[in-house]
Design a protein around this ligand. Sequence first.
Ligand code: ADP
Length: 241
Amino acid sequence: MIADAAGGRPAVLELEDVWKSYPGGVHALRGVSLTIAEGELLGIVGPSGSGKSTLLHLMGMLDRPTSGRVLVRGHDVDRLADRRLSALRGRSLGFVFQQFHLSEGMTATDNVATGLLYSGFPPRRRRAMAREALDRVGLAQRAEHLPHQLSGGQKQRVAIARALVGRPSLVLADEPTGALDSRTGHDVMELLRALHTTGTTIAVITHDRELADSLPRRVEILDGRVRHDTGAWPLTKDSTA
Ligand code: ADP
């Protein structure tokens, strides 16, 4: 998290000339290059069909590119066997989804603790860390509530706590305000901004231009290409450190 003397930061995610084609000759991504440095908060914005979901899947190591390279903390995704890929994903990435994806029968604490299932921590420690994460998102008072006892905004806070609890290198938030009214969505974005100021690296994937415009960096996707990037942070020389 500390910048080097030149003000650069290590890359957490790098895409180099990434193409993704689907059967039937659809080229969903056509040569995307993108680097995310530690500590950034950026929006990846584009209309429906522009390739955002495909890009999110590749950034999240849930799919592999047809060509080009995806590096997560310097590890080339294509060179890792599935088990190592899952381990790297579990350690490096946190996911926030539009529809929250909480387990209904579990309390907020237990939902957040599922973010640590592959961490190797014992259950008691996982629950303690989950309560800390709920505190960070302002939900300490709701720790023992079930999802149906929470508002939409509170559910999304729980989901954010689950994404954060393992201290991932990068949080990928897919339309995090898409299922919320505008006021609640605004509050969730304020929370993401606050987490960013305390050092969390966050990429928000959205079709909402106004939302993206409120973020420090915007990467615009159109027809599977980066149409505009308002600017990456300077990287350390050895970006794969
Ligand atoms: P977005 O998330 O911006 O709406 P997508 O990544 O879902 O964009 O889609 C980009 C393009 O790739 C679209 O033309 C879409 O129809 C196509 N596409 C996405 N997934 C598949 C798939 N599994 N098979 C074939 N075409 C796909």
